[in-house]
Design a protein around this ligand. Sequence first.
Ligand SMILES: Cc1cn([C@H]2C[C@H](O)[C@@H](COP(=O)(O)OP(=O)(O)O[C@H]3O[C@@H](C)C(=O)[C@@H](O)[C@H]3O)O2)c(=O)[nH]c1=O
Length: 183
Amino acid sequence: MGNFTFIETPIEGLYIIEQRLFQDSRGYFMETYNHKEFKEAGLDRIFVQDNQSKSQKGVLRGLHFQKKYPQGKLVRVIKGEVFDVAVDLRKTSKTLGQWYGCILNQENKRQFYIPEGFAHGFLVLSETAEFAYKCTEFYHPEDEGGIIWNDADIKIEWPLDKVHEIIQSDKDKNWRTFRNYLR
Ligand SMILES: Cc1cn([C@H]2C[C@H](O)[C@@H](COP(=O)(O)OP(=O)(O)O[C@H]3O[C@@H](C)C(=O)[C@@H](O)[C@H]3O)O2)c(=O)[nH]c1=O
């Protein structure tokens, strides 16, 4: 039996991943990535960059993607809690424009696998959150794209009742709409 459970979501290619937790008197141990097991689950990807960020409550990062150099992302929360969202931007997908969101926190230790072709973002629900992720492509700042977080067509149900204010970068306040992206 493997250490990972891959849970399908309503959007093809998006997975919630749970790991076996080995607890003992010292604390716990878990694998967070295992190429063989991911490959057996159909996620035969090479990750080339690992990132980590810390954010205050109410911080909303996203919705980001890269155009010519799309990134698959394996994301998780080390400390705190976020509402994490992926939006299907694959132009031939039957779920184009649909979103899926999940709670990632230090207790559930869930990971979220977001393949290439999605926009990604998250809202921090705890006082602070430390977020870590692996990417299948390098960061190309000149190639970065985005969709506005509150797009009227995508209609993400952000849990805004759990934060007092939304804190964003100027870049993230000014992304285009999904309609504009489709043109
Ligand atoms: C993402 C990234 C940023 N940076 C630098 C550029 C900038 O000066 C600083 C902060 O960048 P940003 O404001 O774009 O960081 P951030 O808003 O955290 O961007 C991230 O958001 C989430 C939602 C994602 O999905 C990620 O792929 C990534 O786009 O870090 C890198 O050097 N390498 C990277 O891979």
